[in-house]
Design a protein around this ligand. Structure first.
Ligand SMILES: Cc1ncc(C[n+]2csc(CCOP(=O)(O)OP(=O)(O)O)c2C)c(N)n1
Ligand SMILES: [Mg+2]
Length: 556
C-alpha cells in the first residue's frame, strides 16, 4: 500500500497512522510543494496568523491526541516556532516540526538564497537543541526509515522532533517495499519484578502513602491505571499544576493540587508528612513544586518516569514507565480506609454554598472570578490557562474529568493559551475551550482569535485585565510592567465575528458567562477589569509563605 509513495506522502501517511488529522502552520515557497500534498491528503491544514500561534496550537493538539504537527517554511517560519518547540520539549509534548528548505541541488556552491541565516544547516542545528530527534531528508534511500525513526522518538519520549524537507525531494518516491518499523522496547523482566516487590513492600508498610500523579501519566495515557490503583488501594491521589486534571477531580480519593507553599495547606501537609510518596510521571520543576518550597525526601519516595525509576535510594535501569505502572496494578496491596469526603465536597466546590451564592456587589476580584468560574465549568470544556495569574488562579479550579486542563506550568511562555485553545478544540471538537489569559499574554498571541473565527470555533476567552504584567509587579514594579491599554472587548468589531462583554462586577460576570454559554456560533470574549494589585489566592499563599520563610531566616 505504501509502495510508490513520495517522501512527502509517506510522512503524511505516517502522521495519519499515528492519529494526526490537522497540521498547523503558514506556507512559504520552500514548503509549498508539501502544502500541495497536504491539501490533497486526508490531513487538514490550519493556517494561523503567526507561526508562534501554529506552534502553540500544535503543542496543545499533541498534549490531547498524543501527536501534533506544525509545518512552516525555512528559517523565517522555522525560527518562529523555536520558542514553542522549546516549550513542547520542556513540558513533554510530542510535536512534529516540519520545515521546508532549499532543494539539495540549489545548495551547491553555497549560494545566498533567501531566508538562509548562516549555513544551510543553521536551522537544523538550532532544532537539534530543542528536539529529541531531527533529520534532513536528503536521501531517497533512507528517507522513509528516517521518518520512522524520528516519529518513533517523538512517541517514545513524548517530546518534539524536527523533519526538514528539501523542496526538490518532497515529491520524489522513496524506496519501494518499505515496511514501517514498529519498535517495541521491553523492560528487563527481572529488574521490573525486583522493583515492583520493593515498591509494594514500601507501600504496604507505610502509614500514610500518597500517589502524586503528574504530567507523564497524562502524556502516556495512563490515567486509568492511576484511578484503578487508587480504587484498589484507597491511597489518595494528588496532582501538580503541570499534571492538573490527570485524574478527574471528582473522585473521592483525589486530594488536590500539590504545589509546595503555593498550594492548599491541607494538601501540602498531607504530602509532606507522608512516609511514602509514590511519584508517577512527575516532573520536579520549580513551578510545579511551588518555586522549590516543596519538601520531598527521596528516602521516602518512589519515583517513576519514562526516564528513571528509583525507590528510596535504589535506581532501577531498563524499566519502562508503562510496564512499572501496569505491573503495580497487578500487585497485592493492603486496602486502606478512605477518608470520608471528596475533594469537591471538602472545598465546597460542587455544593451550592459558596459557588452559587448570590453575586456580591462591588468590583470583581481575581479570587471571586475563579470561584464563579468553578460554578460555571462543565465537563464538556477544556480549560487552557496562560502564564500569570490565569495559571496560578486556575490551580484551584475544579476539573471534572481528566485531560481537561492545559497550561504551560514549567517553561511558562506567555502567549500559549489563545492558540492552544484552538489546537485543543481541533483535537477534540466536542470540548469547548475556556481560555484564561492575562492582558499581557493576550497582546502577544490573542489575535489568533481570528483563526478561531476562520475555522468556526467557539472558545470562551476570559481576559484578566489588570493593566499590565501583574505577576511581575509583585516582584519588582516599574513602568516596564505597564502595557498599552487595549479595548479587548471591541475585538468582535475588528474580526467581524464573536461577542464580547466588559466586566466590572460579579453580576456582570455571571450575566456574561450565561450569555457566552448560549452563544455557541463563535468566540466569546469576557474582558474582566481587575484592580492592578489584586491577585489570586495561590499567589497570595506563595507570597505569604515566602515572607514567613524570610522572617524565619532573619530570626535565625
Ligand atoms: C514570552 C514571555 N515573555 C516574558 C515572560 C516573563 N513574564 C512572566 S509573567 C509576566 C507577566 C504576565 O502578564 P499578564 O499576561 O498580563 O498576566 P498577569 O501576570 O498580569 O496575571 C511576564 C512578562 C514570560 N513568562 N514569557
Ligand atoms: Mg496582566
Amino acid at each position: 500500500m505504501r509502495n510508490g509513495l513520495s517522501i512527502g506522502e509517506y510522512l503524511i501517511q505516517r502522521l495519519h497512522d499515528h492519529g494526526v488529522r490537522h497540521v498547523f502552520g503558514i506556507p512559504g515557497d520552500y514548503v509549498l510543494g508539501f502544502y500541495d500534498q497536504l491539501v490533497k491528503s486526508k490531513l487538514k491544514i490550519v493556517t494561523t496568523c503567526d507561526e508562534q500561534g501554529a506552534g502553540f496550537a500544535a503543542d496543545a493538539y499533541a498534549r490531547m491526541r498524543g501527536l501534533g504537527a506544525v509545518c512552516v517554511t525555512y528559517c523565517v517560519g522555522g525560527l518562529k516556532v523555536a520558542n514553542t518547540t522549546a516549550e513542547a520539549f520542556a513540558e513533554k509534548s510530542p510535536v512534529v516540526v516540519i520545515s521546508g528548505a532549499p532543494g539539495i541541488k540549489e545548495r551547491e556552491k553555497n549560494p545566498l538564497l533567501h531566508h538562509k541565516v548562516r549555513e544551510f544547516d543553521t536551522q537544523k542545528k538550532v532544532f537539534e537543541q530543542l528536539t529529541v530527534a531531527s533529520t534532513v531528508l536528503t536521501d531517497t534511500q533512507t528517507a522513509f526509515q528516517e521518518i520512522d525513526r524520528v516519529l518513533h522518538a517523538a512517541l517514545r519520549y513524548k517530546r518534539p522532533v524536527y523533519i526538514e524537507l528539501p523542496r526538490d525531494l518532497v515529491a520524489v518516491p522513496g524506496i519501494r517495499y518499505h515496511q514501517p518499523d514498529e519498535h517495541h522496547e521491553a523492560s528487563d523482566p527481572r529488574i521490573l519484578k525486583a522493583a515492583l516487590l520493593e515498591a509494594v513492600e514500601m507501600i504496604n508498610t507505610a502509614q500514610q502513602p500518597v500517589l502524586l500523579a503528574d504530567v507523564e501519566v497524562h502524556r502516556f495515557g495512563l490515567q486509568d491505571i492511576v484511578v484503578q490503583l487508587a480504587r484498589k488501594t484507597n491511597i489518595p491521589v494528588v496532582s501538580t499544576l503541570l499534571g492538573k486534571s490527570v485524574v478527574g477531580e471528582q473522585h473521592p480519593f483525589y486530594l488536590g493540587v500539590y504545589e509546595g507553599a503555593m498550594g492548599r495547606e491541607d494538601v501540602r501537609q498531607y504530602v509532606e508528612t507522608s512516609d511514602c510518596v509514590i511519584m508517577l510521571g512527575a516532573f520536579l520543576t520549580d513551578i510545579n513544586l511551588g518555586i522549590f518550597t516543596a519538601r520531598l525526601d527521596p528516602a521516602r519516595s518512589i519515583y517513576s518516569t519514562s526516564e528513571k525509576l528509583s525507590i528510596r535510594y535504589h535506581n532501577y535501569e531498563n524499566v519502562r514507565f508503562k510496564d512499572f505502572m501496569r505491573g503495580l496494578l497487578k500487585m497485592k496491596f493492603r486496602k486502606r480506609r478512605l477518608s470520608e469526603k471528596s475533594y469537591a465536597e471538602r472545598l465546597d466546590l460542587n455544593g451550592s454554598e459558596s459557588a452559587l451564592r448570590r453575586p456580591r456587589a462591588g468590583r470583581i476580584t481575581v479570587q471571586r472570578l475563579f470561584q464563579r468560574l468553578n460554578a460555571f465549568l462543565t465537563s464538556d470544556m477544556v480549560v487552557v490557562a496562560d502564564v500569570g495569574d490565569a495559571l496560578f488562579g486556575a490551580a484551584d479550579l475544579f476539573i471534572r474529568h481528566r485531560t481537561e486542563f492545559l497550561g504551560p506550568a514549567y517553561y511558562a511562555s506567555m502567549g500559549f493559551a489563545v492558540p492552544a485553545g484552538i489546537g485543543a478544540q481541533m483535537a477534540n471538537p466536542r470540548l469547548r475551550p475556556l481560555v484564561l489569559v492575562g492582558d499581557g499574554a493576550f497582546q502577544m498571541t490573542g489575535i489568533e482569535l481570528s483563526t478561531a473565527v476562520r475555522y468556526k470555533q467557539n472558545p470562551i476567552v476570559i481576559v484578566l485585565n489588570n493593566c499590565g504584567y501583574g505577576t511581575e509587579r509583585h516582584m519588582q514594579d516599574g513602568p516596564y510592567n505597564d502595557v498599552t491599554p487595549w479595548a479587548y472587548y471591541r475585538l468582535p468589531e475588528l474580526l467581524g465575528a464573536g461577542r464580547a462583554w466588559l466586566i466590572h462586577t460579579e453580576k456582570e460576570l455571571d450575566d456574561a458567562l450565561a450569555a457566552a454559554r448560549q452563544h455557541t456560533e463563535s468566540f466569546s470574549l469576557l474582558e474582566a477589569r481587575l484592580d492592578q494589585h489584586d491577585r489570586s489566592p495561590a499567589l497570595q499563599r506563595l507570597a505569604k509563605r515566602l515572607g514567613e520563610n524570610l522572617q524565619g531566616g532573619r530570626a535565625g
